[in-house]
Design a protein. Structure first.
Length: 313
């Protein structure tokens, strides 16, 4: 995709990550955020992200910060932008107010994508006079490293907009999936929520510690999931006969396990137990340090598992 003007609305953790990625892909990026220190924070975020983008082959040379502009007015930021990534806090009133300000300033062919993870597309659409150009464009954190973007439109979305959004994301090195029916949490968040629910249940029941449950994932199936999804992996687990043999062989086991899965609540007691488990593992107070470790390792994993992802690829 040729160089174009892209707008990023909201310069929090997700918005800063998107900004770095769009700059790396060669776009001019207009950033809107009302925070007083937004320029310093965004530049710091780009500096942190750039080495990882270079490692992935998504960026070359120094960050082209001359292609970055800041706006105190959201309507001015979106003027002339062909693609707008909205990542303001997940408060529906805040998003609706923002949409009412930018809608009159949008080019008729612009696409607006929301990074929302907890809000549904229909809730977001209620802030528009005509939401035909609005889609869900939900990334996985951090967006400049994790390839996945979940894209969704519905009957109020104009024909071709979902396909165009997916094409744009793929042009900057992303992997897209289409969410075809509205459910809370979309796809990937529901999958990780299901896993975390059982992880919490195992801790609550005294089966294993927080650290050991995390180790079981990071040093076990998590490694396989970085390569292929669960159904494909189980297809391989059926030997030459594939998934049919696997299901025939393990139906009783899986049904037994599913019947025994827990249903914990993230209440105060459970939260306290998890926080203590993090402290017991020596992780408390190390968020910045661990984030850097995570990003370095993620870059290595993505390089190995998605070697063909390049802007324009």
């Amino acid at each position: 995709m040729s160089r174009s003007r892209v707008a990023v609305l909201g310069a929090g953790l997700i918005g800063r990550s998107w900004t770095a990625l769009f700059l790396a892909a060669g776009h001019d990026v207009a950033v809107y955020d009302p925070a007083d220190n937004v320029e310093d924070v965004v530049h710091e975020g780009i500096d942190l992200a750039w080495p990882m983008l270079q490692q992935l082959g998504l960026a070359t040379g120094e960050a082209p910060t001359a292609n970055l502009t800041f706006y105190a007015d959201a309507a001015e930021a979106v003027e002339g932008a062909t693609f707008i990534q909205e990542s303001v806090p997940e408060r529906i009133d805040m998003k609706r107010e923002l949409y009412s300000r930018i809608e009159p300033a949008l080019h008729p062919d612009s696409i607006v994508a929301s990074s929302a993870s907890g809000l549904t597309l229909s809730e977001l659409q209620s802030g528009w006079q005509d939401p035909a150009r609005l889609v869900l464009g939900h990334p996985f954190n951090p967006p400049h490293l994790i390839p996945l973007v979940e894209v969704m439109g519905n009957e109020r979305t104009a024909p071709g907009v979902v396909d165009a959004a997916r094409e744009f994301y793929e042009s900057v090195g992303k992997v897209t999936i289409e969410v075809k029916r509205e459910v809370p949490g979309h796809v990937a968040n529901r999958l990780q929520a299901a896993l975390w629910r059982e992880a919490i249940h195992l801790v609550n029941e005294g089966v294993a510690s927080v650290a050991d449950v995390d180790a079981a994932i990071a040093s076990g199936p998590g490694l396989r999931w970085a390569v292929m999804g669960p159904t494909t992996l189980f297809h391989l687990g059926g030997d030459e006969e594939g998934l049919q043999t696997f299901c025939d062989r393990y139906t009783e086991s899986f049904n037994r396990w599913w019947d025994d899965l827990g249903d914990p609540r993230l209440d105060a007691e459970t939260t306290e137990r998890l926080v203590q488990g993090v402290a017991d593992a020596g992780l408390a107070g190390r968020v910045e340090e661990l984030s850097k470790v995570r990003d370095e390792r993620l870059a290595q994993v993505v390089s190995a598992t998605h070697p063909t992802l390049r802007p324009g690829g």
